[in-house]
Design a binder for this molecule. Sequence first.
Ligand SMILES: [Zn+2]
Length: 254
Amino acid sequence: MTGYTTPALVLKRIDYGDHDLIISLFTLDRGKVSVIAKAAKKSVKRFGGILELFTALEAVIKPGRGKGLPVLQEAALLQPFTNIRSDVIRTAYASYWSELVNTWMEEYDRQDLIFQLLSHLLEELDRGGFGNRALSILFQIRFMALSGLAPNLSQCSRCGLDLARLGSREIYFSLAGGGIVCGECGSPGGRRVALSRGTLKQLAWIQRGSLGKALRLQFSQQALAEGLTLCEAFVPYHLGKEPKSLKFLRQMRQ
Ligand SMILES: [Zn+2]
């Protein structure tokens, strides 16, 4: 493997010894890659202090020696996202999204669409204006769909009836079933989330529509509340654990 240059987002950074950092990068070219940034702690000059969380970089990565980690040779700043890092709530959302990507993705599994999603939504979060909660719903719904875990939001998972044909029946989301269940098919059992039709339509739309159009959508207060409850229950359920950053996000939001 020779060296390569790629756009990358900083997902995680860990101190390594007195001088170095180990950085989990989400690269466009190779997916998630752990690299060592030598002397990054010892000398600010070495990387100019740009190896911060969520930062978008142009990274030059060289293979490590023997079985050593690849080395971050150089990095140039593409986007600092300073508005995210100067705001604790925005930091909490960005940390949560980064942890999902970092936890869920395999190393060296190129994922252009997930890279595009995270880059775009970090830009929107930095710019402000769309609403942090709506952005987080958008991130989670589309991330799950791109990871092959799209929740079924269009028909009852038991009787198979489309949303439009469920009449006035109540609708729940079953975490274990990964989809909606109508009131007539009985209690889905286990953990469930009640959802209104308006919310379901919006969620189904942002799951399938273009990202550009989804970013122009107006969410009702009810859709924000229900959508966030659903996503933040469904995602940890499928991860099999509650991300640390989600606990932090919940504390910060209170
Ligand atoms: Zn049903």
